[in-house]
Design a protein around this ligand. Sequence first.
Ligand SMILES: Cc1cc2nc3c(=O)[nH]c(=O)nc-3n(C[C@H](O)[C@H](O)[C@H](O)COP(=O)(O)O)c2cc1C
Length: 234
Amino acid sequence: MKNMSVYFEMDIYEQHTQQMTWVFVCPFRWYLMPRVLRDVSIVDLSVSVLGQKLSMPLCVGSTAMQRMAHPAGETATARACKAVGTAMMLSSWATSSIEEVMSAMTSSPDTGGVLWMQLYIYKDRELTLSLLRRAEKAGYKAVFVTVDTPYLGKRLDDVRNRFKMPSHLRMSNFSSASLSFSEDDYGNDSGLAVYVANAIEPALTWDDITWLKKHTRLPVIIKGVLNGKHMQKH
Ligand SMILES: Cc1cc2nc3c(=O)[nH]c(=O)nc-3n(C[C@H](O)[C@H](O)[C@H](O)COP(=O)(O)O)c2cc1C
């Protein structure tokens, strides 16, 4: 159980980012500055994102393997997003399938809710396209391509714990044991790091984004950009 909670608390390498957050971000506390004389008799936080109306400028980013945290996993997150009228980005590495999560959202009686698909580009391009096609067919409204994981960051706790998925769970969008992260043995390393090294494309470039865009009518958004300048050439 411990290795699952450690996965969700993760930070890479020696937890520098967590430490930096405390040292550099927290001292500069953020304050809300209320404005006055603004007619607040009606308060409306709704926004339009990628052509979809959301009830507020907050949505749920992709987090892998949610059934490690709760038996209903991503299906519960989808229902919650629908209940509050916002969007959920489903991880390629979800423990509920693309179709199952859409069905959880559409069958819930509340109104609102949008699903986006987070996509890793696999070395196997046909497999990548099959995830994309399934998301399109199921009614997902955008695809977010993760570009900051050509290799998994060195998560020392996951290495120490030899992190792998509990045996009753798997990444539900895949059928084989190797692709669904449900092999018995990943050696002495973090199982997820081994999974990424085996399956995810480390040679990702802009050409792959161009290729992907040719295969979908959905908006394609690049996920994992830390510096706007890195995008300017394109
Ligand atoms: C436990 C955990 C699992 C994550 N799983 C994924 C994932 O499957 N796909 C992905 O693109 N990003 C994943 N991320 C990254 C998040 O989507 C997000 O980009 C990252 O946490 C930065 O946002 P934050 O500063 O609000 O945490 C994960 C993050 C965490 C903490």
